[in-house]
Write a protein that binds this ligand. Sequence first.
Ligand code: NAD
Ligand code: IPM
Ligand code: MN
Length: 358
Amino acid sequence: ADVKKIAVIAGDGIGPEVVAEAEKVLKRTEELFGYQFETEHALFGGIAIDEKGTPLPEETLKVCQSADAVLLGAVGGPKWDNNSKELRPETGLLGIRKALGLFSNIRPAFIFDCLKEASTLKPEVLEGTDLIVVRELTGGIYFGEKFRRETANGQEAVDTCAYNVTEIERIARQAFEIAQTRRKKLASVDKANVLETSRLWRETVNRIAADYPDVELEHVLVDNCAMQLLRRPSSFDVIVTENMFGDILSDEAAMLTGSIGMLASASLGEGAFGLYEPVHGSAPDIAGQGISNPIATILSVALMFRLTFGYHEAADSIERAVKEVLDAGHRTGDIAVDKSTAIGTLAMGQLIVDAMRK
Ligand code: NAD
Ligand code: IPM
Ligand code: MN
């Protein structure tokens, strides 16, 4: 049989809680559809620093490299916040993305109709919102040279931002190709009025655009985009942008869906292999209470089925189950209008598993 190997990295904070619910969805998919998954757990992030002395142990990277896909929870927390760069959970996250060649981070943000009231924005503004942020993931200021030096005005810290044409071309092509499967609109977001990397970005995107004449391209400056996302979210289809802008805009886009606890993501390279994780972090403020929303992680499994395995019916089944459970009025605290009716992580996970059908 075709057994798919999935590396499971729970991480820190609410990571293990939300990943446990996603694993139940994997199990239910096996029962319903007859697929076979072999999961292998690996240490990563803060817990790996504590147990192995490094956020990304060699062994963990090997487990990921020999898998067909990776399911990741979240990393980080106050315990490690004052550590040096090499001993930070976030450094492990950047390291794993780079080591696995995952240059493209796909973050879909769409509104379930019944959640319009959960958002902090007006329901009529959210109507029809269905966008994807395509975030460049292995370049830019995250990966440029960083250092400190002494100056006459005290210590100075430097982070450099660099992008080459190859990096911009490959992410632009992915974004155009995704737009071709959707409403054929691409917004390329940059700061070309100030940044040299953005000017190269814009030139390159314009050149690549000639290969995708059916896609309507607009260039939007990042500050304006941050504003337009709240003013006219439904007018966006695909947004392509560099690493840090994408990080910020996707958290903003999360609120269009009601909560960051709803936003799934896929990190891809050139092939079918992918790393799937919620957009949110380890949420130390609610970790260990059993109240986190597992939907972002569960929807990340649906993305894995679609983009890495081509298991579209199983992906449909998950997405339908999530919709059904939300339509029935079940809410975790982050998406509940009346917080007193909120259910916990386990209950939400179980409801979704029970609602899955072939
Ligand atoms: P966060 O996303 O962890 O939390 C932001 C807010 O959203 C918090 O109030 C949190 O309670 C809430 N929230 C997040 N996910 C939720 C969920 N599933 N259900 C309900 N509420 C949820 O961001 P932060 O607080 O800025 O960062 C906390 C830690 O997580 C930091 O160490 C950061 O570096 C790390 N982080 C990791 C990842 C990742 O692993 N991919 C992503 C973002 C942040
Ligand atoms: C994310 C996170 C990470 C990022 C951090 C934790 C390194 O915010 O996945 O969005 O900035 O990429
Ligand atoms: Mn982020």
